[in-house]
Design a protein around this ligand. Sequence first.
Ligand SMILES: Cc1cc2nc3c(=O)[nH]c(=O)nc-3n(C[C@H](O)[C@H](O)[C@H](O)COP(=O)(O)OP(=O)(O)OC[C@H]3O[C@@H](n4cnc5c(N)ncnc54)[C@H](O)[C@@H]3O)c2cc1C
Length: 465
Amino acid sequence: MKYDVIIIGAGPAGIFTALEMIKKQSSKKIVIVEKGCSISKRRCPKATTKKCVNCKPYCHITTGFSGAGAFSDGKLSLSSEVGGDLPSLIGVDKAEETIKYADSIYLEFGADPKVEGLNVGDKVKEIRKNAIKSGLKLVDCPIRHLGTEAAQEIYLKIENYLLEQGVEIRFDTVCKDIIVEDGTCKGVILANAKKQEEEETLEADDVVIATGRKGADWLEKVCERHDVAHQPGTVDIGVRVEVRNEIMEDVNNVLYESKLIGYPLPFKNKVRTFCQNPGGFVSQENYDNNLAIVNGHSYKKLKSENTNLAILCSHNFSEPFNQPIEYAKKVGELVNMLGNGQILVQRFGDILEGKRTWQDELNQSNVKPTMPDAIAGDITSAMPYRTMVNIINFIKAVDTVVPGFASNETLLYSPEIKFYSNRIKMDDEFTTNIQGLHCLGDSSGWTRGLMMASVMGVLMGRRLV
Ligand SMILES: Cc1cc2nc3c(=O)[nH]c(=O)nc-3n(C[C@H](O)[C@H](O)[C@H](O)COP(=O)(O)OP(=O)(O)OC[C@H]3O[C@@H](n4cnc5c(N)ncnc54)[C@H](O)[C@@H]3O)c2cc1C
């Protein structure tokens, strides 16, 4: 089968590539290959089982039309300062301009017109003053909150629109490899996601790989096999913190999401807050190798009594080590091992006292875990020393901005890991050293969020029209 454009992965990066081509009236033959299913069929059984049942052949939370975005909180960060390093590749002005454009498409498909966190007024000044006092930077980032349910409706409309416009979408299909001949990408090798032995070859002039965080590992192997130029990037390891809404109230009301960055002593590594979910729920994602990773989301209507957010610590490695994904996985596996395959949770006070947390002790707190199947235990027995010290010192600094944040009962879930590694070397038109091969979104190492992945898709679409 011959196409003009093959897109691997139906996350925001892949979807917006096709969407922009259609919007620019391209007559090219486009196929999107997606390991998971249509958004209308994506279901996480945990709502009924109350426990992650580790769905095979793929996890519905991260896989299927709209990618990791479907069940995500759907918080669109409307600032080029957030969501990855794409601005350093394409320029800040172009990034800002395309954020506005991609945002207008989300609005066109039904996103809530309200923008949160415009960071104005005396209360923000007070928050910023306290952040400065404790050596933290408060990043300004307006946010459009889609909410998990609304995000699913928006992406369903986009899926239907693409199909109506003649884009072919092959669900339950996994890309196993790309075909490279004489430095040019000629196509891809596909298999049925359920029956991997049945292979098929597709050819195209342009192949766009947008396989998301879950596909970063696979893409690294593809790069090694076909000499696609890449470099090891950063990997973020951290925890998901959960406190009562009362603790975060001021920040939640004024900013919705407080994006704080610090470089705590003694290591001075970058530590930051990420993905804050007021009234949200701590959730779990499972990777193909059974790695259980903690995350968080919030619904537009259903609210919990807690706020959760990630605290992430960036890890950069230098010679001779260049396998950040493997390093982070080993950390995750160790934490999982202590939790018998489940997410571990520990109270901040217990960490400071050097003891594990017991289930009974969790029941004594004001804050009730929104992930009931998390195992009370000792995350410090598995987390690297440097990471743990960074997190502890950062939490203490945040306590100046958010009094009560460093309370004894504050919950730390682990492992929270963001695999952004393996940054693909590309020009500002997203062409790799292999002709006809382009890499987008989180798997390319250039983005870390819905909006930036969408922006990369828009720009790719314009280039391929
Ligand atoms: C629980 C959760 C909450 C989040 N909340 C937010 C948020 O509020 N705001 C925000 O900005 N970001 C959030 N994120 C991150 C955001 O979802 C991602 O940054 C974004 O989806 C990246 O887009 P992408 O297109 O690069 O990849 P993805 O969305 O990951 O999509 C990649 C797609 O490729 C498919 N795929 C992978 N490998 C293959 C293969 N070999 N063959 C075929 N298909 C393949 C996958 O099934 C997937 O559907 C969240 C993520 C999670 C998991």
